[in-house]
Design a protein around this ligand. Structure first.
Ligand SMILES: *Cc1c(COP(=O)(O)O)cnc(C)c1O
Length: 411
């Protein structure tokens, strides 16, 4: 008989968004209404920009001819896209990379989940809390996270709480860990780290021989250029960090699928005998075996994001979402809520009034205002007592949701 990987059985069986959908459906059924506005799910809503659409059409047409047909591409991605990324996302910020340090993928979720294959199962990991669930769950699946207690803590994971009390700036671990996951701008809290703060993490990693897995999926939302877009803006990060980027939130590619991962050649991990092994060739080997490349069509679409028109159009869409973020922020502050984020990220993180639990507030707002948020506790134990709002709705829906919340509060 085949034995199952029992680590899967330790995972929480209800995915957060399935749980939310269940509650929303129950509400709709009992109230015989469909009139619920969701400011909950982290997916974009605006259409792809014209430059991307044009590139998609062109790539499809190419595929219809024998000369233009593209079958299997390089597992690492096409040179045209890797070069464009280097020239636009890194060189202007003073970051020099080799083309083969850039790996194109089908979105950041795959690689943030897969990257842990490069390290032994018994490494220790640390995460900021609350957190994008992929980081812990992917480690849990091979047993690295240990077991989960009734408070939602995994036994082999170091949690670095991010709460209003520490202004969402996590403290360095008080002991040595092998791997740290960081995500900035942060999902779910919408907060950022300054260059000085990020430098502390790079210095910790260099001093303690720790790897940093840095998720920069939201870097395009940063409005202040003094905030780092890439961890490689910090000296020494090439020796300790892998960075993940995605076109999903930058350019609405959640349904197109394209992103990339930077694995610097200076980055190594040790064997038990102490030999240092570069991770770049290992990741290349892993990708060549388990991944067959992102579609040519998606990569052409991604390259179009960097054309002058593409850049302008993508900037406008991000500006559209950031107007929502500003309206959410202003309104919540005016209504007396304690709210964070939303200035360099499409997420707002609100403290629930009077220590109401995340799920209780979620239900109250659903039933009272017919508006859906995301319960903070779904992102980790330190998310309890908070809820997340996203700026990815339309202007109309966002404004309407806020009016409903204001009316509900006045009842
Ligand atoms: C949305 C998101 C991603 C990107 O996911 P894709 O697979 O690229 O669509 C990565 N990290 C975080 C934290 C996200 O919220």
């Amino acid at each position: 008989m085949a034995l199952v990987n029992e680590h899967f059985l330790k995972l929480p069986d209800n995915y957060l968004f399935a749980d939310i959908a269940k509650r929303v459906n129950a509400f709709k059924a009992t109230h015989k209404t469909n009139d619920v506005i969701s400011l909950g799910i982290g997916d974009v809503t605006q259409p792809l920009c014209p430059a991307v659409i044009e590139a998609l059409h062109k790539a499809v047409d190419e595929m219809s001819t024998a000369e233009g047909f593209h079958g299997y591409g390089p597992e690492q991605g096409y040179a045209f896209l890797r070069e464009t990324i280097l020239k636009n996302d890194f060189l202007p910020r003073g970051i020099h990379l080799d083309i083969d340090e850039i790996f194109i993928n089908d979105g950041a979720k795959s690689d943030t989940g897969n990257i842990q294959e490069l390290i032994r199962w018994d490494n220790s990991i640390a995460v900021t809390d609350p957190i994008y669930p992929v980081y812990i769950d992917s480690n849990a699946m091979i047993g690295r996270a240990g077991i989960k207690d009734e408070n939602g803590h995994w036994s082999n994971v170091t949690y670095l709480p991010c709460t209003a009390e520490n202004k969402f700036i996590p403290s360095l671990p008080d002991h040595r860990v092998d791997v740290i996951y960081l995500c900035y701008p942060n999902n779910p809290t919408g907060t950022v780290l300054s260059k000085a703060e990020l430098r502390k993490w790079v210095n910790y990693a260099l001093k303690n021989d720790t790897l940093i897995f840095y998720d920069a999926a939201y870097q395009a939302y940063i409005q202040d250029d003094s905030i780092p877009h890439s961890i490689y803006e910090i000296r020494g990060a090439r020796k300790c960090a892998i960075e993940f980027r995605s076109f999903s939130k930058t350019a609405g590619f959640t349904g197109v699928r394209c992103g990339y991962t930077i694995v610097p050649k200076d980055l190594t991990a040790a064997t038990l005998q102490g030999e240092r092994i570069p991770l770049n060739p290992l990741w290349n080997r892993r990708q060549s075996t388990k991944f067959n490349g992102t579609s040519y069509i998606s990569q052409r679409a991604a390259a179009a994001v960097y054309t002058p028109e593409g850049r302008q159009q993508v900037r406008e869409t991000i500006g559209y979402y950031m107007q929502n973020a500003a309206l959410l922020r202003e309104t919540f502050l005016r209504l007396g809520f304690e709210v964070y984020g939303g200035e360099h990220a499409p997420y707002l993180w609100m403290r629930t009034p009077e220590n109401t639990s995340s799920w209780k507030f979620f239900d109250e707002m659903l039933y009272g205002a017919h508006v859906v948020c995301t319960p903070g506790v779904g992102f980790g134990p330190s998310g309890e007592g908070y809820v997340r709002f996203t700026a990815f709705g339309s202007h109309e829906q966002t404004a309407e949701a806020l009016q409903r919340i204001e009316r509900w509060l006045k009842l």
